[in-house]
Design a protein around this ligand. Structure first.
Ligand code: DXP
Ligand SMILES: NCC(=O)COP(=O)(O)O
Length: 242
C-alpha cells in the first residue's frame, strides 16, 4: 500500500509564542525540525483573528521550507489574496467563526457552493492544490468535486472525540466517505484531533493519502521533544499500513 503522508500542523507552536507576543518559539524553526524528523509537509492555519499563525509566519515558511506548505484558510477575499500572493503548494478551505476554540466541523461545500466556486477556481487556476475540509458525507464529497477541488480532507474531530460504539460508527463514516470519494476521483486526506491512541484506524483506510496532525504532536513534544513526537506518529502510521 502507498506510503501515507504526514502533514505536521504547527499552529500551536505559534500559540505558545503568542502567549507572550514575542518571537519564541519560532514556528519556522519547528517546521524545519519537523521536516528533518520526517514530516512530508507542513500545515499552518492563518486564521482571520491571527490568534496563532501570523502573516509573517506564512511568508517565512513559504520562503524557507523545502517541503510542501499547506495553508489552511477561510474562504474569504482576504485569505484568497494572501494565498495568491504566496502561492503555497496547497490550500485547505476550512470554516471559521470567532467564538470557536478550534475548528468545530467541516465546511458546507454543498450549502455554500455559489460562494465557494469562484474562490476555488482562482486558487486552482493559480496552480495551488485545493482541498476542502469537509465532514465525511457523500453530499459534501459530491459538492467538493463539483467545485473543482481535487482533494478533500475528512474532518476526524467527531471520530477523535468519541469512544466505544459511537467511535466505531464514526470510523465507518470515514471509511465509507474515503471509499466513495476515491471512487469519484478525489484525493482523500484526513485530520483533526488525531493522537497516538486513535490514529491507526484512520491511517489504515487505504484511500487516505495524507494525515494532517498538529495539536497532539506539539503537545507531546513538550514531554519528548518534537523529533521523537513526530517519529512516533510516523511509526504508528506506517504500522497501520504494514
Ligand atoms: C482544520 C483543522 O482541523 C485544523 O487544522 C485547524 O487548524 C484547527 O484550528 P486550530 O489549529 O486553531 O485549533
Ligand atoms: N486539518 C487538521 C490539522 O491540520 C491538524 O489538526 P489537529 O491535529 O491540530 O487537531
Amino acid at each position: 500500500m502507498q506510503k501515507l503522508r504526514l502533514g505536521v500542523n504547527i499552529d500551536h507552536v505559534a500559540t505558545v509564542r503568542q502567549a507572550r507576543g514575542g518571537s519564541h518559539p519560532s514556528p519556522l524553526r519547528a517546521a524545519m525540525m519537523a521536516a528533518a524528523a520526517g514530516a512530508d509537509g507542513i500545515t499552518a492555519h492563518l486564521r482571520e483573528d491571527r490568534r496563532h499563525i501570523s502573516d509573517h509566519d506564512i511568508e517565512s515558511l513559504r520562503l524557507e521550507l523545502r517541503i510542501p506548505l499547506n495553508l489552511e484558510m477561510a474562504a474569504t477575499p482576504e485569505m484568497k489574496d494572501i494565498a495568491l500572493k504566496h502561492l503555497p503548494h496547497a490550500c485547505c478551505i476550512v470554516p471559521e467563526n470567532r467564538q470557536e476554540r478550534t475548528t468545530e466541523g467541516g465546511i458546507d461545500a454543498a450549502g455554500q457552493f455559489d460562494r465557494l466556486k469562484p474562490i476555488v477556481r482562482e486558487l486552482v487556476d493559480a496552480g495551488i492544490r485545493v482541498s476542502m475540509f469537509i465532514e465525511p458525507d457523500k453530499r459534501q464529497l459530491d459538492a467538493s468535486r463539483a467545485l473543482g477541488a481535487p482533494v478533500v480532507e475528512l474532518h476526524t474531530g467527531a471520530y477523535s472525540n468519541a469512544t466505544g460504539a459511537l467511535q466505531a460508527e464514526l470510523l465507518k463514516k470515514c471509511v465509507d466517505a474515503a471509499t466513495y470519494g476515491g471512487s469519484i476521483g478525489l484525493e482523500i486526506h484526513a485530520g483533526h484531533g488525531l493522537t497516538y491512541e486513535n490514529v491507526q484506524p484512520i491511517a489504515a483506510i487505504p484511500q487516505i493519502k495524507e494525515l494532517n496532525i498538529g495539536h497532539y504532536i506539539i503537545g507531546e513534544a513538550i514531554f519528548v521533544g518534537l523529533e521523537a513526537s513526530i517519529r512516533r506518529m510516523r511509526q504508528l502510521m506506517d504500522e497501520a499500513r504494514a
